[in-house]
Design a protein around this ligand. Structure first.
Ligand SMILES: [Zn+2]
Length: 245
């Protein structure tokens, strides 16, 4: 799950500010999806009309299959940032995502805040997840999204050393805590339409899983994905992140 910038949970980041950045600047560099201070990452290119639906924190035994069905109804492809430990427990479901033509990315093994995780563990979280996903699907994993969007310079460097392209986002709402699919979709549509006016594609985050709860109810998020697919089916192109590298 990803929390908006400056959420209370990140209060502890101030301890790292000794690195030379003021507290606010460190938090910005570490957490703000548009910041490149701690390394470049894919957000979205200047290609209005392209939408990348991305789903984090899965796979989820109930909602990921439903989501695959919704995407299939619209013949749309998406990108799934999976947690290694959930993937290892549900290899059939991971294969189903891949077989349906979706792109699978690395979202770490256990969803730690990598801005506060020692390098040896960061490397292990990424390595173990990529290896597990590759063993299950037979395909190389190319993309990595840090949990909470949190990073420090070493995190993206290690990801790149492992052949992983870091990915952030530019359209998100608190779908994990919003029970109304309509409201989730409405918030995202506002962001997507605003990005479009500024000449940008949208890299949209929704959650088909929950990093704290393997059985999280993601019905609102899956329904919201369906609403976005309906709204933009004729006017936009749904792409996976492979289209942007
Ligand atoms: Zn997450």
């Amino acid at each position: 799950m990803i929390s908006p910038f400056a959420a209370g949970m990140y209060g502890g980041l101030g301890v790292a500010a000794g690195a030379g950045l003021a507290v606010g600047a460190y938090a910005y560099a570490s957490l703000w999806p548009g910041s490149r201070i701690f390394g470049a990452a894919i957000t979205a290119p200047a290609r209005p009309g392209e939408l990348a639906l991305t789903f984090d924190d899965g796979p989820n035994a109930t909602w990921t299959p439903r989501l695959i069905d919704v995407l299939a109804q619209h013949e749309a492809r998406a990108t799934f940032f999976l947690l290694g430990n959930r993937a290892a427990a549900q290899p059939e479901l991971v294969r189903r995502i891949a077989t349906a033509g979706h792109t699978i990315g690395n979202h770490s093994w256990s969803h730690p805040n990598l801005s506060r995780t020692r390098s040896s563990r960061v490397r292990e979280e990424l390595r173990q997840t990529s290896e597990t996903l590759q063993q299950i699907t037979g395909a190389r994993v190319k993309f990595f999204r840090p949990p909470f969007g949190a990073r420090r310079p070493a995190v993206f460097r290690m990801a790149r050393e492992m052949g992983l392209e870091p990915v952030l986002w530019n359209a998100m709402t608190s779908d994990w805590s919003e029970p109304s699919a309509d409201r989730i979709a409405e918030h995202l549509m506002k962001k997507i339409d605003g990005l479009e006016r500024r000449g940008r594609a949208a890299n949209i985050v929704l959650h088909d899983g929950g990093h704290r709860d393997a059985a999280a109810n993601r019905e609102p998020s899956v329904k919201a994905a369906g609403l976005l697919l309906e709204r933009y089916a004729r006017s936009h192109r749904f792409v996976t992140l492979d289209a942007w590298i």
